[in-house]
Design a protein around this ligand. Structure first.
Ligand code: 8X3
Length: 266
């Protein structure tokens, strides 16, 4: 177990606004979602490992706390700090996660699979379990899990990632059963191709391989996904948006994508 790195960087301003906690918020979908929630009146608390980038996302009014979702102690310290400052969580956006590698099962990398399981599945469970008592303190709680179309589709070379995202889907649906009767909504947002650092991480820094994923089509942006999250969470409290599946128009499934050769981003 790695040493915890939890620390306070931002300053809280108010507990009157609904408190939104976003994991994996230093870039991409997490950052865009946190920023958009802030614009919609939420007190944002952002967590991630890259604290300098996180602070920029939090801005002056948000709170940036270091968080490593693969380290349960870090998760506990993160949530304890939120409890101390706000005493409740109105909205939890479980965004931390991602893909590592594209190898077939016959050559599966243990490190990649363990990494994906730790961030997408165990990390999500640790954060959710730790936040549940605080969500129960809110008048209306809401958990949004950022999954993927890989949560219900499969493709060759994608088993490590699709298995982890299928697990996220199972956890989301199970939570809805277990929290039935409580005023806590559960939403799954399942994006297709979104151009963020996702593919750079998946291909271990190979920017050429990452760029090829989005060539010949107009992919979604992190802001498109943030828009979906904000729409789901701003419905009236009795309305539960179970799931939102969102893809670029050129993507029919994870593996069937209409690309225009020589016309990237068309
Ligand atoms: C990633 C979605 O379409 O790249 O979460 O597999 S896709």
């Amino acid at each position: 177990m790695k040493a915890s790195t939890a620390s306070i960087v931002g300053g809280a301003t108010t507990t009157k606004s609904p408190v939104a906690v976003v994991t994996g918020a230093s870039s991409g979908i997490g950052a865009a979602t946190a920023i958009e929630l802030g614009r919609h009146g939420y007190q944002i608390v952002v967590g991630a490992r890259r604290i300098d980038r996180l602070q920029r996302v939090a801005g002056e009014d948000g709170v940036a706390l270091s968080l490593d979702v693969t380290n349960e102690q870090s998760v506990k310290e993160f949530v304890a700090e939120i409890a101390k400052r706000f005493g409740r969580v109105d909205l939890l956006v479980n965004n931390a996660g991602g893909a590592l590698g594209m190898g077939p099962i016959a050559q599966a990398s243990d490190d990649d699979w363990i990494g994906m399981w730790q961030t997408n599945v165990l990390g999500l469970m640790w954060v959710t379990r730790a936040c549940l008592p605080l969500l129960r303190k809110a008048k209306h709680g809401h958990i949004v899990n950022i999954s993927s179309v890989a949560g219900f589709e499969t493709y060759a070379g994608g088993a490590g990632y699709t298995a982890a995202k299928h697990a996220v889907r199972a956890i989301t649906r199970t939570l809805r059963l277990e929290l039935n009767g409580e005023p806590i909504r559960i939403t799954e947002v399942a994006p297709g191709l979104v151009e963020t650092e996702f593919s750079i991480v998946r291909f271990h820094g190979d920017r050429k391989a990452a760029k090829a994923v989005y060539e010949g089509l107009k992919p979604l942006t992190a802001e498109d996904i943030a828009d979906c999250v904000v729409w789901a969470v701003t419905r009236p409290p009795h309305v539960d948006i179970d799931e939102i599946v969102v893809r670029p128009v050129a993507q029919a499934t994870t593996w069937k994508v209409a690309r225009k050769p020589g016309r990237p981003k068309a």
